[in-house]
Design a binder for this molecule. Structure first.
Ligand SMILES: [Zn+2]
Length: 288
């Protein structure tokens, strides 16, 4: 089957109280790793790329590789553009075959966030593409977007509801205390806020900064309405650490397959672990 929009799969996930793992990939092997994890566990899958990776690899290469995976496996797979601030790049990715995009205008005042999100909705909905928007500010670093952790502002539940009404956006990433990257201490997740947002908003919610959140806290957030969990940093670390191990053991190694194969395996194991944590294992059949 071709790549599908992430809208329907996320709505089913929210309704049935699990989340779908959304993995940021940077190389073909990382993309294959998360696909193999999805095949092995029969999980629905969202493959994501940051703006930096889209520029690095090209949206057409990424869309072509993800399309091959969807066709070969028959699994429900969506290809998502993570944290994009650039309308033109969003249009370019949709043209290349992306089935889901994030417009991140969370750094602008509320009204401007609404306007920028609506503009993306117009082009995306006509193309059958899901749109994710952000309210409040997720702390930490995501490619070139840096938010001072101290200034990270959490999403206001009432504004979330107004935002959905005004934009019609289908997936919402509210800042609820998570941060990008690896946590220095325990993340300080505002669960009461998630519950208040979920009460007012029927759309699937997205948990950003999923790397390193303790399992119990992930389960709690998912039970409250988080239907998509983004995993970037941990996947990258698993992949890269495996490569480092190969070079530590054999600094002269020069066959890419010799370090890419173990790297792919490590990323795949991590992805399976996260799919289990999300509760999406075995759910491929029900989200089609
Ligand atoms: Zn994020």
């Amino acid at each position: 089957m071709p790549l599908i929009s992430s809208t329907h799969m996320l709505q089913i996930a929210r309704k049935n109280k699990y989340a779908i793992g959304a993995f940021n990939v940077h190389t073909l092997e990382m993309l294959q790793a998360v696909i193999e994890a999805a095949v092995e566990t029969q999980s629905p899958l969202i493959i994501q790329s940051t703006v930096g990776t889209v520029k690095h690899l090209g949206p057409d290469y990424l869309a072509a590789a993800a399309t091959v995976a969807a066709n070969r496996t028959g699994l429900p797979i969506a290809l998502h553009l993570d944290h994009c601030t650039d309308f033109q790049l969003i249009v370019q990715c949709i043209r290349a075959g992306y089935t889901s995009v994030m417009i991140d205008a969370s750094m602008y005042p509320f009204e401007e966030n609404v306007e920028r999100t609506r503009k993306v909705m117009e082009v995306a909905i006509a193309a059958g593409v899901n749109v994710e928007a952000e309210l409040g500010k997720v702390g930490g670093v995501e490619d070139d977007i840096v938010v001072d952790e101290r200034d990270a502002l959490l999403a206001d539940p009432e504004e979330c509801s107004q935002f959905i009404e005004r934009t019609g956006v289908l997936t919402l990433a509210p800042a609820i205390g998570t941060a990008h990257g690896i946590y220095k201490g325990e993340p300080n997740i505002d669960f009461a806020r998630i519950a208040q947002i979920a009460d007012r908003v029927a759309a699937p919610l997205v948990l950003h900064g999923g790397s390193g959140i303790p399992a119990e806290q992930v389960r709690r957030a998912v039970a409250l309405g988080m239907a998509k969990m983004n995993i970037a940093t941990e996947l990258r670390i698993a992949f890269t650490d495996a490569i480092k191990q190969v070079f530590t053991a054999n600094p002269e190694e020069n066959d890419p397959r010799k370090y890419m194969v173990p790297a792919k395996e490590a990323a795949k194991r991590l992805a399976i672990e996260k799919m289990q944590l999300c509760g999406c294992v075995g759910k491929a059949g029900e989200v089609r």
